[in-house]
Design a protein around this ligand. Sequence first.
Ligand SMILES: NC(=O)c1ccc[n+]([C@@H]2O[C@H](COP(=O)([O-])OP(=O)(O)OC[C@H]3O[C@@H](n4cnc5c(N)ncnc54)[C@H](O)[C@@H]3O)[C@@H](O)[C@H]2O)c1
Length: 335
Amino acid sequence: MTFWNGARVLVTGGAGFIGSALVKRLVIEGARVQVIDNLWRGSLDNLARPDGSYVIDMDRDFHLADLTDYSACVELIRDVDFVYHLADVVGGVQFVFSNESFVFRQNILINTNVLSACVANGITNYVYVGTACSYPKHLQMAPGIVSLREDQTYPAEPESGYGWSKLMGEYEAELAMKFGKINVGLLRFHNVYGPGTSFQGDGAQVLPSLICKAIKFPDEPFIVWGSGDQYRDFIYVDDVVEALLLVSQYGMNKGLIQIGSEQATTIREAARLIIQISGKSINAIFDNSKPEGDRGRIAICDRARDILGWKTTVKLDEGLTQTYEWIARLSALLH
Ligand SMILES: NC(=O)c1ccc[n+]([C@@H]2O[C@H](COP(=O)([O-])OP(=O)(O)OC[C@H]3O[C@@H](n4cnc5c(N)ncnc54)[C@H](O)[C@@H]3O)[C@@H](O)[C@H]2O)c1
């Protein structure tokens, strides 16, 4: 009998990248899982098995709904033991910086509606995920490798409307926890990658976008945005899902817990690894006229280790190989 056997779990954004990976794992662990998603970026394919059947009963447990609508939230978020709130508008650098007002408003509405509906309907446990994009801009621009603790988000100065909206989601969840309205689990992720990630158009984040460019080479040039010197803390999706399971068991009402690899990988190095995995002879072109986002930051994961007993298990080259193969397979099917 596992912790999850028979547990009733609702995952908002469960048709998305991380959400669908969490749903699949929870089903394996024996939970009864419901999903709310408006398919803004997510896809029903993410919830399908290789044979085409779905991992949840779609008629009963999948709810196509817009979480900016409070009445939909109150109607659908009820009678479950855990709410994992993963839905938000998420995108690559280009999308986020071209649509900051939209992203901010959507996420503020989504986050406050979901939490309020949980409280209104007497849900016991709420898990929210924040982002490393909420750290202050000046810390992320500092020279050298910047390793950050959870409490370094204030005084707040996130670089984008996305970072602000996600920080306000953390803040509102902390308020609910402080006033005893609901049990709260709070994780803050660095850059998550892996099979299931969005890889087409402006919405794609840096690794899937570079993988697509390697797959399309030589038909299209392999152009890296920015200098390549900017660095990120990349974390594989399976490790993130493990943290999501652990937070409900060991991390409720314990405050923010950061999840990252604690490794700084420059975009230049990520591009080199992807080129190596592709087996092609590619000369990367670095385009300094394109935005590269912030310079970088990595996690200090002492709290994840101490409170959750969590650690990373998947190395970047292994994770990138899995992701490359997944995208290559899907791209071949799409063309
Ligand atoms: N991917 C990362 O690197 C990363 C890093 C830090 C934090 N996070 C957070 O993790 C969560 C999941 O991210 P992801 O990478 O899986 O993104 P994703 O875009 O794949 O998943 C988000 C899901 O939310 C859904 N959604 C968006 N607006 C909605 C609305 N109005 N109503 C209902 N559903 C809506 C989308 O359709 C999508 O399926 C997000 O909260 C994100 O901020 C992600």
